[in-house]
Design a protein around this ligand. Structure first.
Ligand SMILES: [Mg+2]
Length: 207
């Protein structure tokens, strides 16, 4: 019998990269007739449907520009919308030690614009073979449906998959479905490393 092989499945936001929408709101506000503080609430009705794949990139950009009364071009809006991320260097260092020994996949509630931007701008994503994203799966965490899609599409066995995410609701669903799961906090990276290390030990892999 082939020994079970471990898989790492990771969320993106506040795990692999930190993000701050207020940066984008401030930059947008320079081109909008509305105050910064409440600006992105104008997108509340379209942001969810966009991340769930009910609206494509082009429609979202068009609708967002309209809702914000943004006075720049579509390209300018897309740039501002995407430049909100900072790579988690501690996580990058840890994952580079695992790369090549454990297959890694992504599971994220995200949009097409952000996913494409992230994967082409941050080295940390080079560690990952592929992933499942809410906008293309047309469902999102914490619902079981996206975990089922992930298991199916990536051929995962939850029993040998370590899932990391920063939101307790996502962790709860993953655990209920049999994944080993760790609730990540940026300021407690050592706790993640310890949990990952002890899990890898059970497959005779040392971190
Ligand atoms: Mg997250």
């Amino acid at each position: 019998m082939t020994p079970a092989s471990p898989i790492l499945l990771s969320d993106i936001g506040n795990v692999l990269v930190a993000f701050d929408f207020t940066v984008a709101a401030r930059r947008c506000a320079e081109r909008c007739p509305h105050p910064t503080e409440q600006l992105f609430h104008r997108l509340d009705d379209i942001k969810g449907p966009y991340e769930n794949g009910e609206m494509d990139d082009k429609t979202f950009v068009h609708e967002a520009i309209k809702a914000l009364d943004f006075e720049g071009s579509e390209e300018e809006f897309k740039t501002i919308w995407c430049e909100i991320f900072t790579e988690n260097t501690a996580m990058k260092a840890t994952l580079q030690r695992v790369a090549g020994r454990v297959p890694m996949y992504l599971l994220s509630n995200t949009s097409g614009l952000h996913k494409d931007y992230l994967l082409s701008n941050f080295e940390i994503f080079r560690n990952f073979q592929s992933g499942v994203y809410s906008y293309s799966a047309k469902c999102s965490k914490p619902h079981e449906s996206i975990f089922r899609v992930t298991i199916e599409e990536l051929g995962l066995d939850p029993a040998t998959t370590f899932f990391v995410d920063d939101l307790p609701a996502n962790i709860a669903t993953a655990q209920a479905m049999g994944f080993q799961a760790h609730c990540y906090q940026m300021d407690q990276h050592e706790a993640f490393e310890a949990a990952l290390s002890s899990w890898l030990q059970s497959f005779a892999i040392s971190l």
